[in-house]
Design a protein. Structure first.
Length: 88
């Protein structure tokens, strides 16, 4: 795991930006974090930037662009899951 000081700037950038949805946020997080981007770091920046609850952030970490598998979330699933925090 990375130190918060390496991840907080990405969370702050996401928080201040004007994005239209969870998929766009996830892709921007990947750009901002670069080689540090993973399901765990994505969870962290979601919780810091948007106050997403741990269980929802954990579920969001199953987004299909992290890895495949039968439990992977589609873009639509990610949008629906994170909507309560992003629509504020």
């Amino acid at each position: 795991m990375y130190a918060p000081s390496l991840l907080d700037p990405a969370a702050e950038s996401l928080k201040l930006a004007d994005f239209t949805g969870a998929t766009q946020i996830a892709r921007e997080a990947r750009t901002l974090l670069g080689e540090r981007f993973s399901s765990v770091t994505f969870m962290y920046v979601l919780m810091r930037a948007y106050e997403v609850e741990y269980t929802a952030a954990r579920d969001a970490s199953r987004w299909h662009e992290f890895h495949g598998g039968p439990r992977a979330l589609s873009d639509a699933d990610l949008e629906k899951l994170l909507a309560p925090w992003l629509d504020r």
